[in-house]
Design a protein around this ligand. Sequence first.
Ligand code: ZN
Length: 161
Amino acid sequence: MFRIGIGYDIHKKSINRPLYLGGLKISEKNGLLGHSDADIIIHTICDSILGALSKGDIGEHFSDKDIKNKNKRSEYFLKKIMKIMKKDSFEIINLDSTLICEKPRLSRYKNKIRKNIAKILGIKVDAVSVKATSSESLGIIGEDRAMACKTIILLKKNEKN
Ligand code: ZN
């Protein structure tokens, strides 16, 4: 049995916060505002897995009102969600993420990010796609005041014999 899920997220940019993408620190400044480390790619992966499982969203599992989740690295949330997925006997077949931002240009980091996501998820690098697009100077993303991300994922249930 296969299940697909989608995740969407948007965060405001913040000059004084580090930028985390796909579990990696990309820069010390020009990061994203958020309760956790605001790793927008990891957040959409979390939501895509939960979506495929019909198990709510990241905010239901890890409230931004909960002090415990403040400044947490998002890998922590993803690892907890993977436990839920594995308990239901699902594995990841592949995922495809698209980051929408003006800066930084991601071509330099895309492969590093793919490798790191594959490592966190324990899957092959060729099962992880990370793409980037700009917003052509349009709207809040085009003005470099926010960053958005979308991830789609395919899960497969391993039936017990
Ligand atoms: Zn988020």
